[in-house]
Design a protein around this ligand. Structure first.
Ligand SMILES: [Zn+2]
Ligand SMILES: [Zn+2]
Length: 230
């Protein structure tokens, strides 16, 4: 069990600076783990039973991820782009789930909890340490439908997009007329006008090959292609 101050110091080091979001995020994660009856920070086997949804890509999200040790690469961290200062903590064993929302009232009340501080940031840095959880947060008990495609572990399914040939993992394809498509092809993506780009400097690799070999087909192809500058 680590103290709030220890967790905050670790979170600040990982995030890069001390900010009100680190304090709120560390406390949000501590509350979430306590609600599930998990150690803070969680250890095995609880670490493998925990799923965390984060609803914002802001400072607070980094602190929640740090304290819970939930990771995108382990599929224990889920990001949903809601723009809401909230996170949900799920125990895969008993399916208990708690959604914790950072209150707007806490922002309004920061000055009251830090009468000696004048700047808003200083007020928040102090106030968010002394406010009780009940002022800082609202808690909802929720149900989260996790499909087997959302769970940690090996890839459950791979399909190939019939339009662009990209492999799509874990049931994220869109089926149209019985055919699978990747989401960018089916719905449009965050990018557009994708053109294959060849660049001579892409012959670099961090380690030299053991023996000199004939350039592989792909590399030869890369060299012969004109450099696209636009
Ligand atoms: Zn920050
Ligand atoms: Zn596609």
């Amino acid at each position: 069990m680590k103290s709030f101050e220890e967790l905050l110091a670790g979170s600040v080091a990982a995030h890069g600076h001390l900010c009100p979001g680190q304090i709120v995020g560390v406390r949000m994660a501590m509350l979430g783990l306590r609600l599930l009856g998990f150690a803070v920070p969680p250890a095995y086997p609880q670490l493998k039973q925990l799923i965390v949804y984060i609803e914002m890509d802001r400072c607070t999200g980094d602190a929640v991820a740090f304290v819970t040790q939930a990771k995108l690469g382990r599929r224990s961290l889920k990001y949903v782009d809601y723009g809401i200062m909230a996170a949900t903590f799920i125990n895969l064993e008993d399916h208990q789930a708690f959604r914790i929302i950072s209150t707007e009232e806490a922002r309004d009340l920061a000055a009251l909890y830090a009468p000696h501080a004048s700047a808003k940031r200083e007020q928040q840095l102090h106030a968010y340490k002394v406010m009780p959880d009940a002022v800082l947060f609202r808690v909802q008990q929720v149900e989260v439908n996790l499909s087997e495609f959302d769970l940690p572990g090996p890839t459950r399914r791979k399909v190939v997009c019939v339009k662009c040939g990209q492999v799509v993992r874990d049931g994220r394809e869109i089926v149209w007329g019985g055919q699978p498509y990747c989401r960018p092809c089916a719905q449009g993506g965050y990018f557009r006008n994708a053109k294959e780009f060849a660049w001579d400097n892409m012959n670099w690799s961090p380690q030299p090959e053991v023996q000199e070999m004939e350039p592989r087909i792909g590399e030869r192809h890369l060299k012969e292609r004109p450099l696209i500058l636009s």
